[in-house]
Design a protein around this ligand. Structure first.
Ligand code: FES
Length: 169
Protein backbone atom coordinates (compact mmCIF):
# COMPACT_ATOMS: atom_id res chain seq x y z
CA UNK A 1 0.00 0.00 0.00
CA UNK A 2 1.33 3.43 -0.71
CA UNK A 3 1.69 6.17 1.80
CA UNK A 4 -0.46 9.22 1.32
CA UNK A 5 0.84 12.73 1.89
CA UNK A 6 -1.33 13.35 4.91
CA UNK A 7 0.21 10.38 6.71
CA UNK A 8 3.66 11.53 5.69
CA UNK A 9 3.11 14.97 7.18
CA UNK A 10 1.70 13.47 10.34
CA UNK A 11 4.81 11.55 11.30
CA UNK A 12 7.51 13.66 9.70
CA UNK A 13 7.77 16.31 12.42
CA UNK A 14 7.65 13.75 15.20
CA UNK A 15 10.28 11.56 13.56
CA UNK A 16 12.62 14.52 13.09
CA UNK A 17 12.08 15.44 16.71
CA UNK A 18 12.98 11.92 17.87
CA UNK A 19 16.09 11.95 15.70
CA UNK A 20 17.46 14.93 17.59
CA UNK A 21 18.71 12.71 20.39
CA UNK A 22 20.89 10.75 17.94
CA UNK A 23 24.23 12.28 17.16
CA UNK A 24 24.12 11.32 13.50
CA UNK A 25 26.52 8.35 13.47
CA UNK A 26 25.74 5.48 11.16
CA UNK A 27 26.15 2.87 13.92
CA UNK A 28 22.90 4.25 15.35
CA UNK A 29 20.97 3.02 12.33
CA UNK A 30 19.36 -0.11 13.82
CA UNK A 31 18.25 1.72 16.95
CA UNK A 32 16.83 4.58 14.91
CA UNK A 33 14.96 2.17 12.63
CA UNK A 34 13.44 0.44 15.65
CA UNK A 35 12.27 3.74 17.06
CA UNK A 36 10.90 4.95 13.72
CA UNK A 37 8.99 1.72 13.15
CA UNK A 38 7.53 1.95 16.63
CA UNK A 39 6.39 5.48 15.86
CA UNK A 40 4.97 4.94 12.37
CA UNK A 41 4.16 1.23 12.45
CA UNK A 42 6.37 0.56 9.44
CA UNK A 43 9.22 2.20 7.55
CA UNK A 44 8.03 3.95 4.40
CA UNK A 45 10.60 5.18 1.88
CA UNK A 46 10.03 8.80 2.94
CA UNK A 47 10.95 7.97 6.54
CA UNK A 48 14.02 6.02 5.39
CA UNK A 49 15.16 9.12 3.50
CA UNK A 50 14.80 11.32 6.59
CA UNK A 51 16.80 8.78 8.61
CA UNK A 52 19.47 8.45 5.91
CA UNK A 53 19.90 12.23 5.83
CA UNK A 54 20.23 12.45 9.59
CA UNK A 55 22.81 9.65 9.79
CA UNK A 56 24.70 10.75 6.67
CA UNK A 57 23.99 7.46 4.93
CA UNK A 58 22.93 6.75 1.38
CA UNK A 59 19.17 5.96 1.24
CA UNK A 60 20.07 2.68 -0.50
CA UNK A 61 22.13 1.61 2.51
CA UNK A 62 19.22 2.25 4.86
CA UNK A 63 16.89 0.41 2.52
CA UNK A 64 19.18 -2.62 2.34
CA UNK A 65 19.10 -2.90 6.15
CA UNK A 66 15.31 -2.53 6.22
CA UNK A 67 14.98 -5.23 3.55
CA UNK A 68 17.42 -7.60 5.25
CA UNK A 69 15.76 -7.82 8.66
CA UNK A 70 12.36 -9.47 8.81
CA UNK A 71 11.55 -7.33 11.80
CA UNK A 72 11.44 -4.21 9.64
CA UNK A 73 8.78 -3.52 7.04
CA UNK A 74 8.48 -0.87 4.35
CA UNK A 75 4.74 -1.24 4.17
CA UNK A 76 1.83 -0.94 6.55
CA UNK A 77 0.83 -4.31 7.90
CA UNK A 78 -2.48 -6.08 7.56
CA UNK A 79 -4.54 -7.73 10.26
CA UNK A 80 -3.12 -11.12 9.24
CA UNK A 81 0.58 -11.01 8.53
CA UNK A 82 1.65 -13.93 6.38
CA UNK A 83 5.36 -14.71 6.16
CA UNK A 84 6.28 -17.25 3.54
CA UNK A 85 9.68 -18.85 3.45
CA UNK A 86 11.73 -19.03 0.28
CA UNK A 87 14.85 -20.37 1.99
CA UNK A 88 16.64 -23.33 0.43
CA UNK A 89 14.80 -26.09 2.31
CA UNK A 90 11.42 -24.56 1.52
CA UNK A 91 12.37 -23.70 -2.03
CA UNK A 92 13.21 -27.30 -2.92
CA UNK A 93 9.84 -28.40 -1.50
CA UNK A 94 7.94 -25.99 -3.74
CA UNK A 95 7.60 -22.73 -1.81
CA UNK A 96 7.61 -20.79 -5.08
CA UNK A 97 4.26 -22.37 -6.03
CA UNK A 98 2.80 -21.39 -2.67
CA UNK A 99 4.05 -17.84 -2.99
CA UNK A 100 2.60 -17.58 -6.50
CA UNK A 101 -0.77 -18.97 -5.36
CA UNK A 102 -1.03 -16.46 -2.52
CA UNK A 103 0.09 -13.58 -4.71
CA UNK A 104 -2.55 -14.47 -7.29
CA UNK A 105 -5.32 -15.18 -4.79
CA UNK A 106 -4.94 -11.93 -2.82
CA UNK A 107 -3.46 -9.69 -5.52
CA UNK A 108 -0.41 -8.71 -3.48
CA UNK A 109 3.34 -9.13 -3.73
CA UNK A 110 5.81 -9.53 -0.92
CA UNK A 111 5.78 -6.43 1.29
CA UNK A 112 2.23 -5.48 0.32
CA UNK A 113 -1.13 -5.51 2.06
CA UNK A 114 -4.55 -6.17 0.53
CA UNK A 115 -6.69 -3.08 -0.09
CA UNK A 116 -9.01 -4.03 2.75
CA UNK A 117 -6.06 -4.12 5.17
CA UNK A 118 -6.64 -7.78 6.02
CA UNK A 119 -3.67 -9.73 4.61
CA UNK A 120 0.00 -8.77 4.37
CA UNK A 121 2.53 -10.92 2.57
CA UNK A 122 6.18 -11.08 3.42
CA UNK A 123 8.51 -13.50 1.64
CA UNK A 124 11.45 -14.28 3.90
CA UNK A 125 14.71 -16.21 3.76
CA UNK A 126 14.22 -18.72 6.59
CA UNK A 127 11.68 -19.07 9.36
CA UNK A 128 13.87 -21.41 11.40
CA UNK A 129 11.62 -24.44 10.95
CA UNK A 130 13.31 -26.04 7.94
CA UNK A 131 12.37 -29.57 9.04
CA UNK A 132 8.73 -28.67 8.36
CA UNK A 133 9.34 -27.10 4.96
CA UNK A 134 7.62 -25.53 3.17
CA UNK A 135 6.69 -23.22 6.01
CA UNK A 136 4.72 -20.04 6.56
CA UNK A 137 3.68 -18.10 9.63
CA UNK A 138 0.47 -16.16 10.18
CA UNK A 139 0.86 -13.53 12.88
CA UNK A 140 3.85 -15.48 14.14
CA UNK A 141 2.20 -18.92 14.31
CA UNK A 142 4.01 -21.47 12.15
CA UNK A 143 2.38 -23.85 9.65
CA UNK A 144 4.49 -26.48 7.93
CA UNK A 145 4.39 -29.21 5.29
CA UNK A 146 2.33 -26.88 3.12
CA UNK A 147 1.17 -26.95 -0.44
CA UNK A 148 -0.56 -24.05 -2.23
CA UNK A 149 -4.09 -25.21 -1.39
CA UNK A 150 -3.31 -25.85 2.28
CA UNK A 151 -1.67 -22.44 2.65
CA UNK A 152 -4.67 -20.62 1.16
CA UNK A 153 -7.07 -22.65 3.31
CA UNK A 154 -5.21 -21.62 6.46
CA UNK A 155 -5.32 -17.95 5.48
CA UNK A 156 -9.00 -18.24 4.61
CA UNK A 157 -9.64 -19.78 8.01
CA UNK A 158 -8.11 -16.69 9.61
CA UNK A 159 -10.23 -14.46 7.43
CA UNK A 160 -13.47 -16.26 8.20
CA UNK A 161 -12.70 -16.54 11.91
CA UNK A 162 -12.24 -20.33 12.01
CA UNK A 163 -8.74 -19.77 13.31
CA UNK A 164 -8.58 -17.25 16.14
CA UNK A 165 -5.58 -15.17 17.10
CA UNK A 166 -4.81 -17.58 19.95
CA UNK A 167 -4.01 -20.14 17.25
CA UNK A 168 -6.82 -22.67 17.63
CA UNK A 169 -6.85 -24.40 14.28
S1 FES B 1 14.34 -22.62 4.74
FE1 FES B 1 12.23 -22.37 5.15
S2 FES B 1 12.10 -22.51 7.30
FE2 FES B 1 14.23 -22.62 6.90
Amino acid sequence: MSLNLKESHEYEAELKNKLKKYSGHNYELIEVLHEAQELIGYLPKEAQKIIADHLNLAPGRVNSVVSFYNHFSEYSKGEFQVSLCKGTACYVKGSQDIIKKIEDKYGIKSGQTTEDGKVSLNVVRCLGACGLSPVMTVNGKAYGLLNPEKAVKIIENYLNGKIKEEGNA
